[in-house]
Structure formats: structure tokens, C-alpha cells
Write a protein that binds this ligand. Sequence first.
Ligand code: ARG
Length: 585
Amino acid sequence: MTAPELALTTRFQDAFAAAFGEEYRTADPIIRPGKFSDFQCNAAMGLAKKLGAKPRDLAQQILEKVQLDDIAETPEIAGPGFLNITLKTEWVASQAAGLHGDDRLGVGSPEKAETIVIDYSAPNVAKEMHVGHLRTTVVGDALARVLEFEGHTVVRQNHIGDWGTPFGMLIEHLLEVGEDSEEAKLLETDPNAFYQAARAKFDADTEQTDFAKRARARVATLQSGDEATLAMWTKLVGLSKQYFHRIYDMLDVTLTDEDLAGESTYNDALAGVCDDLEQAGIARVSDGALCVFPAGFTGRDDQPLPLIIRKSDGGYGYATTDFAAIRHRVGDLHADRIAYVVGSSQELHFQMVFTTAREAGWLPESVDAEHVKIGSVLGEDGKILRTRSGSSLRLMALLEEGVVKARSVIDELRPDLPEEERAKIARQIGIGSIKYADLSTAHDSDYVFDLDRMLALQGNTAPYLQYAVARIRSIQRKAADQGISAEQVEAAAPRVIDDPERTLALQLLQFAPTVAEVGAQYVPHKLAAYLFDLAQAFMSFYEKSPILKDASEDVRLGRLALAKLTERTLVAGLDLLGVQAPAQM
Ligand code: ARG
């Protein structure tokens, strides 16, 4: 609900209670944006049946009781019984003034602060982070920022793939090339190349090399806890972590080493998970493997669909780790909510895991678990983005290309700025554009990776929003040159009198309700859409209403205050999305 809708709802519910009796207090006033006024209350039509009266008469009765004096003009009855509501411009102004003096821009503290575990990013060790991980990283980080800002306790969990059969071949390869070799260094710069080399050896295995056999044996030694093998594994994981952190730094993502909780951290719990499920009669052995068959999942021929938790060779699966993780998140981390920001392709996996975990009592009904499904990044051909040779694209290479292209944008806009400053801005625009393009798309839709579109100065892009902020900042600098201090602007009330001012102010009131919706529904693209609308409202205000050219000091200060509030709201919103706003553009 919008901010005015919220205020109007309370007043109308009071009126229902007064006009029709206390039991009508909870009736929905059905407040909607109106065609001929700011809002409409459409409740009379619905109430007519229940009360056995004509909607127009009911509208009249509501009108007599509703107390809107401070918020709106006297509503007008229209058509069959609509109540048209026009907000008082003074009310909008007073609300805007409230925001101007509020660090949190209207975002209060939550009724109940929750502990929210967010499982995101989760790349796989010794493999390149591919573009798919860009989305799980960027969307998860935005959600973490939003929920934290709202006042919840966010626990970031980076469930990296750092265990399993590939480590046998990776360790054997590392042993062959040597820890200090050039090949080993690839782990920090181009882990996929390292992985591919190990894989090639594995696939080209002959009786002479016996590589595959050694790799398999190495998996067993690793699992048995052999110290020398574990040391090699630690080395591999350590180098990969450095690689992830280079990407996280470049992306300005809040994940740190503290947030790492990879698959390997659950090793000791896996046997217990299997035993408990077996003892509870939820898991049973089928074709040598221990499986669960969660209710409601069937495969071909309507046969119950198995989720394997212990393979016939004794190894544990991906799902087993997820059960251990749920027990940890609910039992030790005390999660009220868990959000899994993971590719859409894993939908079935999570449904089966959640259903089983509920059955086992590890995920009580009081704890909400949601798979925030992430769509694919596509190439211009509409297929999953890949390099020409067909391998998955290096994320680092894409980010670097984004910064290079952004550099030409800023070089053209501001050739006058010093080299160093342009380099900094190029990074903010380049990285911001890639992140924003991702965040402005619904998380479960696919999108085409198109740097030129992402970097456009027009449309719903990061540069458009960043430019709006830069515009306001440049106005502020000019104001300072004219002797108007920041303190004066802070002390002034935002001017909300003319139409463009009113439209902009109404948009500013929407920040807090938008943040609430994004946090409750895990939809960062709604924050992006809001910021785009806000920037557009500012641009049209700015075109129609001179800020510094107006002769009267009062008007100048009032418009500067409105611009300041807009700047703070845009910057705060971009920050929640993890996008930086350059000082100038
Ligand atoms: N590492 C996995 C992948 O790249 C994602 C892990 C997601 N999190 C989880 N708890 N399963 O596909």
C-alpha cells in the first residue's frame, strides 16, 4: 500500500465503524489511485449487498462520518458510489517535511525484528564464477541490504561448493603441476582454466597415466580425513576464496569470509541427518541408495520421486548437505525466515528439501523458507550466455568490459574532469550498470546481457539514475557558490505548492512502503522501478521549475530542500541495491 493509502485506510475504517457498527471496522476501504482525483474509495459497492442499501446512500453515510480534514479535501461522490479523494497539498507538504528531517526517510523499525538467513552467491570452488552467479550474488546482496536497513538481523550464508568428487581430480592435478607452478596460480586468476585442465586429464585418462583411478582414490583419502590430502584441499579452497573475494570487491558486494558456510562445513552432520531420517521412517533404502520420497512429488509413471541422501557407494548428496544446513539455520542461527537465492533450475530440489524438512520437524511452520528463483542471463542469440568456444563466460572479463565501456561514456560527458576522477566514475557507472540491469529485471525472468543498453543514459538504467543524482549535486554546488549553505537547505521545508512539486513529493512518500514490499516479497526490481519513477518525477520538476533562477529566496530554498530530499532518497535506494552514485557526471 502507498503511504497516503495507508493513512486513508485508517480514517475510512474509523468511518465504517462509526456509520455501520464496530464489526465493519475491518472492511477493506478499497482505496485505489483515481482517474479524476488522487485516490478513490470504492467500498460502498461491496458494502451495499451486506447492508442491503444503495451504494450511493452508503457513500453519503461514509462521507458524513469520515474525518479527512487534515489529509484531503471533502471527498466527492461519483458514479454508482465512488468517493473521489484529492489530497490536500498541505498534507503532502507536511509529510515531505517529515521525511526531510528523517535520516531513515520514513522507514520505521519493524513490528517484530526477525532473524533472516539469506543463502546467496554460492559459487563452486576451483571453477570460474560464471554469469549465473552474478545474479545470485547481486540479488541476494540487495535483499540483505534492504532487510538489514529495515531493522532485521540478516545472516548471510555463502553455501559455496567446496566438497565432492571433483576434488579428487583437482587435487591430483595440483600435485602433478606443483603448488608453486604457473598452472596453480590460475586458481586465483582463471580457475576455470585450472578446472578444465584437470578435467582434460581425467577425460584423456589412459592406462599409462591412470589419472582417473588416482583421482577416485584421492576422493576416498580426502573423505577419510588424510592430513596431507586435506592440506592440498585447503590450499585449493584458499586460492579459490581469494578469487571470489576479488569478484566481490569489484562488485562491491557485502559478503566476507565470515559469511562462508560451504558444503564442507556440514560434513560431520551428514551421517546424523541420514540416521535421523531413517529412524523417523522418512528415508528408506531403494536400489542400494538411501532415499526420501516427499509427499506430492511423482516422476514418470506416477512413481514417487526419490531424493537421494546417501548413494550406494556411501557418498552423500547435495540434498543431504541442505538438510544439515537447514538444521543449523533453524537450530543454531534461530532463523525466522530463510531465503535461498538460487537458479530457477533448482526449484524441484528446494521444494523436495523443504517438504522433507517440514516432515522431519527441522523446519517448523513458524519458519518461512523461500526459494528466490533466479532466471538466466542470455546472449544476444537468446541462449544462455557463453563464449564463442562454448564455455561459460568469465564473470571478471564481463565486469572489466563494463568498466571500459563506461569509461567512454564519462570521457564524452566530462572530458574536463581529471583522469583519476574519470577512472573512479567509470567504475561506479560500469559496475553499477551491470548490477542495476540485473536488479531492475524481475529475479525470475531471463534477460539479455547487452552492455550498450545497460550503459544508456536514457531509460531504466543505472546511468540515468546516477545522472539524476549528479544533476542535483551540481545544483547544490552552484547554490553553495551563491552563498546558500547546506544548513539553510536542511532547515528549510521542501516546497510543495506547484503541480510538479506535488507530483515529486507524492513520489517521495512512496519510498518507505516500497522498501517494505521489497523486503517482504524479495522483489528488488520493485525498488528499481520506484527509483526510476522518482528520477523521472525529479527531471520533469526540474525542467518546469527553476531552482536557482527564481528570484525569491523562499522559493529557492524550498526547491533546494525538495531536491535535497530527492537526492537522499535516490542515493539511499541505489545503496540498498548496491549501486554507487558518483559525485559528478
Ligand atoms: N553451489 C550451488 C550452485 O552453484 C548453489 C548452492 C545454493 N545453495 C544451497 N543451499 N543449495 O548451483
